[in-house]
Ligand binder design. Structure first.
Ligand code: NAD
Length: 491
């Protein structure tokens, strides 16, 4: 068997072994015996080195004119575009996504890199009149400092790019801790920035476990901001440990689609299949609940079953594949556990529910019906291809069901009635609502993120991403030549 290639940490512009010398493998979830590389198991010492490097680079980078920072990002975007196909194949191999979705992941990384390159010529503050004469008021953007970026595996180039490119254009330096399930994709992204000419120390990467490398970053006092995407439980422990840092958390979802009795059912069917089984249900925005008007429930169940039966499982590189593997054995076991739970709770299993006899971490596309909101399968994030159908008697009840969860990320409604669509838009508790489209898919110039247990405060991407990674300074310039006091000198 060929020996797996060893990859390194990236600190201060150099590729280094971890202080402990320990490594971990990254495999192909569709063919777990295929090891894609060995990666350094960074720990507190490596994180401290990376923070030192980020600190040293900070002054010069923050003083580099933002359009010049943007020019480096533009070069990185060009390199990503040139390597798009190669990178997409790596995404497929390392996380199992089907190739067309992997291309989408890389495209999103390119898009955000280009967008943030353009932000280098904007980074807008605002001016506004003063209440006093001969006084000028404005806001400017300032970098935060060293940003710790902790990312999940399910968008292995896009989510790291959202965070890294936004942090960099705002003049911050970064220490990036990618998921241990996708360190190869992370390494390629960091290499691209190096090739684009990013100065040493501005972007550093420490691979390793969340408990060691991730937590060391969270606890490091010189790190001024943490931007995290991952499970709610991980985010909760990060919040407890971060101290007085700025913390952005993007966490799980339990996203639903409402299908009204006037909906175009063929359109809704496409949306549900893509939302529930696209990326094998492993998107934070994946559809895991459908709330169907009771008048069309039986008809829609039949339509769903017809389509699910035809979904082909397989390697994401095979163009015939509709549903690829899950990320790892733990994810496979989690889906199995929830199927057993659903059966015990009294939900009716219509199709799927098993681990197929195939090499790799596959799971059958699964559909439960006659579910209720008190069942754990309708409340908890499964992050696999397991969909629950809940009947509703009208729009009011459907919206109540939609909102009866702790999460608040994505949502959708299928209806031809504009009034019903607006009721849903204004009453659903979620960061995203789609009308006549699925819960998944986002565009990088629009804000992305959730409410309730999905996220606290910050939104990523677009202009709101800039808010996450910059400080706003308020500036007052008094040119009256005398002391003027707001609120006191009233004439
Ligand atoms: P995870 O929480 O297991 O890991 C995310 C990252 O946190 C990894 O880099 C991991 O190593 C690190 N980590 C783990 N424990 C840590 C600790 N104690 N301290 C610091 N860092 C730690 O999540 P995952 O399995 O990689 O990703 C799946 C989750 O991410 C799902 O819940 C999904 O909904 C969520 N997600 C959310 C969004 C969003 O924008 N809301 C987007 C994608 C994924």
């Amino acid at each position: 068997m060929q020996k797996a290639k060893a990859f390194k940490l990236f600190i201060n512009g150099k590729w280094l072994d971890s202080a402990s010398g320990k490594t971990f493998p990254s495999d192909n979830p569709a063919k777990p015996r295929q090891i894609l590389g060995l990666f350094q198991k960074g720990d507190e010492q490596d994180v401290a080195e990376a923070v030192n490097a980020a600190d040293e680079a900070s002054k010069k980078w923050s003083e580099t004119p933002a359009p010049k920072r943007g020019a480096i990002l533009l070069k990185a975007a060009q390199l990503l575009r040139q390597n798009k196909e190669k990178l997409a194949r790596q995404v497929t191999m390392e996380m199992g996504k089907i190739l067309s979705e992997a291309r989408g992941d890389v495209q999103e990384a390119i898009d955000i890199t280009e967008y943030m390159a353009g932000e280098g010529r904007r980074l807008l503050g605002f001016t506004t009149p003063s209440e006093l004469r001969k006084k000028f008021c404005m806001t400017i953007r300032m970098p935060i400092g060293i940003c710790g970026l902790i990312t999940p595996w399910n968008f292995p180039t896009a989510i790291p790019a959202w965070k890294i490119m936004t942090a960099l254009i705002c003049g911050n330096t970064v220490v990036f801790k990618p998921s241990s399930d996708t360190p190869l994709c992370a390494t390629r992204l960091v290499e691209t920035l190096q090739q684009a000419g990013l100065p040493k120390g501005v972007s550093n990467m420490v691979t390793g476990s969340g408990e060691e490398a991730g937590m060391s970053l969270v606890r490091n006092d010189r790190v001024r901001a943490i931007s995290f995407t991952g499970h709610r439980e991980t985010g909760t422990s990060i919040l407890k440990e971060a101290g007085l840092k700025r913390v952005g958390l993007e966490m799980g979802g339990k996203n639903g689609i409402i299908i009204m009795d006037d909906a175009d059912l063929d359109l809704a069917l496409d949306g549900v299949i893509w939302g529930a089984y696209g990326t094998t249900g492993q998107r934070c925005t994946a559809t895991s609940r459908i709330i169907v008007h009771e008048k069309i429930k039986t008809k829609f169940e039949k339509m769903l079953l017809n389509r699910i039966r035809r979904l082909r499982l397989g390697d994401g590189l095979n163009p015939e594949t509709d549903v690829a593997s899950l990320i790892n054995r733990a994810a496979q076991e989690k889906s199995s556990r929830y199927v057993e739970l659903g059966k015990k709770e009294g939900a009716k299993l219509l199709i799927g529910g098993k681990i197929p006899k195939m090499e790799g971490y596959f799971f059958e596309p699964t559909l439960f019906t006659d579910c209720t909101i008190d069942m754990r399968i309708t409340q908890e994030e499964i992050f696999g291809p397991v969909l629950s159908l809940i009947p509703a008697k009208d729009l009011d009840q459907a919206i109540d069901i939609m909102n009866s969860i702790e999460y608040g990320l994505s949502s959708a409604i299928y209806t031809k009635d504009i009034a019903k669509a607006f009721e849903a838009i204004t009453r659903i508790e979620a960061g995203l609502t789609y009308v006549n489209s699925s819960t998944i898919g986002s565009e990088i110039h629009l804000p992305f993120g959730g409410i309730k247990h999905t996220g606290i405060g910050a939104r990523e991407a677009g202009i709101e991403g800039i808010n996450e990674f910059s400080e706003t300074k308020t500036v007052y310039i008094d040119y009256s030549g005398k002391l003027q006091k707001a609120q006191i000198d009233l004439d």
